[in-house]
Design a protein. Structure first.
Length: 155
């Protein structure tokens, strides 16, 4: 699924950055791979409504039978959790090593891969979990690689 999302992002990025005169800077092999990815993406089922098109999520207490009047800690003592605004630093100047030098990843550890204009990158999920955003330049094109956290769907 992660590879598919990375491929979709690549297709969108390339489609948005391509020049109309055919001078897109892609090799024939990259152009063929892009066409192959576009064809694969066209066969996927409709994912449903996009951002802003769906109804808002139900209240977080929906379905709970908790009596909030009975408690041992006053509600005023609870504080918001997590970091505040700008509390998670982006990686602005990522450092890369060759595959042979990597000693902190397991062989099947997930990464977000990005191939753009013949330049390849792999962004380990274990790092993105902590930083969430990497600002990089791939193939001479500025990119922002992001990871968002989603709550599991209710079963």
């Amino acid at each position: 699924m992660l590879r598919l999302l990375a491929a979709a992002a690549l297709v969108l990025l390339l489609a948005g950055c391509a020049r109309g005169d055919g001078g897109d800077g892609l090799s024939e092999a990259e152009r063929e791979r892009l066409e192959q990815l576009e064809e694969e993406l066209s066969t996927l089922p409709d994912p449903g409504p996009g951002l802003g098109e769906a109804a808002p999520p139900p209240a977080i207490t929906a379905g709970w039978k908790t009596d909030f009047e009975r408690r041992s800690v006053p509600l005023s003592e609870f504080e918001r959790g997590g970091p505040g605004k700008d509390g998670i630093p982006a990686i602005d100047e990522p450092k890369f090593v060759s595959v042979g030098e990597v000693d902190f990843l397991e062989p099947q550890e997930p990464v977000i891969e990005l191939l753009l204009a013949g330049d390849a990158r792999a962004y380990p999920i274990q790092i993105l979990v902590w930083h969430e955003i990497v600002n990089d330049s791939v193939g001479g094109i500025p990119v922002a690689v992001t990871l968002t956290h989603r709550r599991p769907a209710a079963s």
